[in-house]
Design a protein around this ligand. Structure first.
Ligand code: HEC
Length: 129
């Protein structure tokens, strides 16, 4: 077998190995989240509660009995998986055993937009904004 074929098979094999491990939500969403596109969604839909910088201090948050988490708190947010975020955003707080004050966005946002906004949440967490 030539070197070229060997590489081809190695790549095919690694793809086969990798595919079943990709979580459902990633496959559903297609591409990985794009934080730049997600920022538009964040500004439009999330800032009023979660705040411009994701600290949970949006203008509407004063009246919320359960406060949103501080997305810049990496220690707190490391306990929230992307799959969990996806569920909370798509189906609302109650779907994930959280407060009903977190609305469901499944009807407003495409799966891709949800992935994009998760990329934004993660960028706050990494202190990139
Ligand atoms: C009406 C206010 C409101 C809006 C608008 C809102 N959220 Fe939330 N969100 C909440 C509250 C309150 C919680 C906390 C729920 C709990 O801890 O029980 C929350 C929780 C979350 C969580 C779980 C982690 C955390 O912060 O506690 C994620 C992820 C989340 N929201 C994402 C979003 C995204 C993305 C948007 C915009 C598409 C959005 N939210 C819009 C109120 C809101």
């Amino acid at each position: 077998m030539t070197k070229k074929y060997f590489f081809f098979f190695a790549i095919m094999l690694s793809l086969l190995w990798f595919l079943p491990t990709v979580p459902d939500f990633v496959r559903a969403a297609g591409k990985p989240g794009n934080a730049q596109a997600g920022m538009e969604v964040h500004k439009r839909q999330c800032v009023r509660c979660h705040g411009e910088t994701g600290k949970g201090d949006g203008p509407g948050s004063a009246v919320l009995k359960t406060k949103p988490a501080d997305w810049t708190d990496a220690a707190r947010m490391s306990g929230v998986s992307e799959a969990e975020m996806f569920q909370v955003i798509k189906d609302g707080g109650t779907a994930a055993g959280k407060s009903k004050l977190m609305p469901a966005f499944g009807a407003k946002l495409k799966d891709q937009e949800i992935s994009d906004v998760i990329a934004v949440i993660k960028s706050f967490q990494n202190g990139k904004r």
